[in-house]
Design a protein around this ligand. Structure first.
Ligand code: NAP
Ligand code: G3H
Length: 462
């Protein structure tokens, strides 16, 4: 007789409602699924690219048909305001379509032999981009639809099969998204969703011999663990961040404050690209602080069902962490400007001024609604403090002085520099890179497809 399937009930972020139940798959079950997916891959790679693209377009259509249902689940499962959740689904449909369009133009290249000294015009190389095989896509809780599809779609268009491991809190949303894909003409087993706790099955899938590539978005801790375990297969990692908003003394402070508040507090700061520290020139710090505080008054705080911008954090441990960071800063002499109020896992948006480098909140990624202001004396300190972080995802520079902006931007150890705007990932076809402990490799639609292919060279000797 079969052993009883282990399961886990998934509750809404507020803990009030049971949303569904997921299977906690055993290693044997996962092994069987990976094997099936590996078997399905070569036939999928043989499907014409335009047909693969049609399947992706059908997936996008289905997502939009189910937009309300999926958004409702995202909203409750990960505590995101309903309108943001709807935008996540629509953005995902757009991303899938763009991926399909980009994929059909993956033509490889042709090289002539005589462009290298000593080479010969009689030699010609045709380079095609082959799929890698089975891609393992591991996604985090905060964009359970978008950050999963942004791995699955490029893998599929390039001819790979996919094992998808969603975050446990986020798995029901991920499963709905996969349902929309399985309702297309996608052949059986080309994509399979593996549910279970990362701490229990994670190491097993990451080291499985039939996994040919890993694309992971999540915390730096887990990402580092994955990169250490994966042997001789490509790994792309998008990890944590501590993005600074660098505000120079000639900045448009109104613009800076608006962008800082939107960047720091939307979805309660649970975005890798959230602004997580403000580094501001001493001479304008008071004025900026007042403008940020005023802008924060417009933030809606409440429940996902109320469509609030700041909602309860994903779990109690996350809220405890943020509360601890605030308390540590206050104990060490930071000034509380506004906030530091908690109701269960709902942390009110909190602004701390006069934060210094001995405080944890100056360095630790809170993944919650707390924003430290650090006052800076000169250009050198802007760069050194920015770069002292273990992270290097993005940075924003606010200034009217283009030369200074470019000079400082060039010295920052980050994947992207935003000038006079908040840090953010989109538009989704831009390259998206984490430097240092923020990641490995590059994403963004074109880059993601390329990361899931391998060049194969056919050399004609004429
Ligand atoms: P997380 O705890 O690292 O989890 C991410 C995923 O990894 C989940 O699916 C998780 O499954 C799985 N996992 C856990 N242990 C694993 C293991 N040993 N092997 C393989 N997979 C394992 O991250 P999170 O809390 O969901 O997301 C928040 C973090 O992600 C933040 O640090 C944030 O900055 C980062 N993030 C980065 C980006 C970016 O693009 N740079 C985007 C979004 C989020 P379970 O849920 O079952 O544990
Ligand atoms: O949480 C990490 C996401 O990649 C951030 O995306 O900047 O569009 O919110 P976003």
């Amino acid at each position: 007789m079969d052993k009883q399937q282990a399961t886990k009930d998934i509750y809404s972020v507020t803990g009030e409602e049971k949303l569904g139940t997921i299977n906690l798959l055993s290693q044997e079950q996962v092994d069987k699924m990976i094997h099936q997916t590996s078997d399905a891959q070569s036939d999928w790679a043989d499907v014409e690219v335009y047909k693969r693209a049609e399947i992706l377009h059908a997936w996008a259509d289905n997502l939009l048909k189910k937009q309300d249902e999926i958004a409702a689940m995202v909203s409750e499962e990960v505590g995101k305001g309903y309108s943001s959740a709807k935008k996540e689904v629509a953005r995902t449909a757009d991303l899938i379509r763009y991926t399909a369009e980009e994929g059909v133009r993956l033509h490889g290249e042709m090289l002539k032999g005589d462009s290298f000294k000593g080479g010969s015009a009689n030699k010609m190389a045709m380079v095609e981009q082959d799929p890698l095989g089975v891609v393992l896509a591991i996604s985090p809780f905060n964009y359970p639809v978008n950050l999963a599809a942004s791995k699955i779609a490029p893998a599929l268009i390039a001819g790979n099969a996919v094992i998808f491991k969603p975050a446990t809190q986020g798995a029901l949303s991920g499963q709905l998204m996969i349902e929309a894909l399985l309702e297309t003409d996608l052949p059986e087993n080309v994509v399979q969703c593996v549910t279970g706790k990362g701490s229990e099955i994670g190491d097993y899938i990451v080291t499985h011999p039939e996994i040919d590539m890993i694309t992971f978005t999540g915390s730096t801790e887990i990402g580092q663990n994955i990169s250490q375990q994966a042997k001789m297969i490509p790994v792309v990692l998008e990890l944590g961040g501590k993005d600074p908003a660098i505000v120079l003394e000639d900045a448009d402070l109104e613009l800076a404050a608006k962008n800082i508040v939107a960047g720091a507090f939307s979805y309660s700061g649970q975005r890798c690209t959230a602004i997580k520290r403000v580094l501001v020139a001493d001479s304008v710090a008071d004025e900026l602080k007042e403008k940020i505080q005023k802008e924060m008054e417009g933030l809606s705080v409440g429940q996902p069902s109320e469509d609030a911008a700041v909602t309860p954090l994903i779990n109690t441990a996350a809220a405890d962490k943020v509360e601890g960071l605030i308390q540590d800063a206050l104990d060490k002499g930071a000034d509380l400007v506004v906030g530091n109020k908690r109701e269960n896992n709902l942390i009110y948006p909190t602004l701390l001024d006069n934060v210094t480098t001995d405080m944890d909140v100056a360095w630790v990624e809170p993944f919650g609604p707390v924003l430290p202001i650090i006052r800076i004396k000169d250009e050198e300190e802007f760069v050194s403090l920015s770069n002292e972080s273990q992270y290097g995802l993005q940075a924003s520079i606010f200034t009217e002085d283009v030369k200074k902006a470019i000079r400082i931007g060039a010295k920052l150890d980050v994947g992207s520099v935003q000038y006079n705007a908040k840090t953010e990932r989109g538009p989704d076809h831009f390259p998206f890179i984490g430097a240092k402990n923020s990641g490995l490799g590059s994403q963004g639609i074109r880059r993601s497809i390329e990361s899931m292919t391998r060049d194969k060279v056919f050399i004609l000797n004429l």
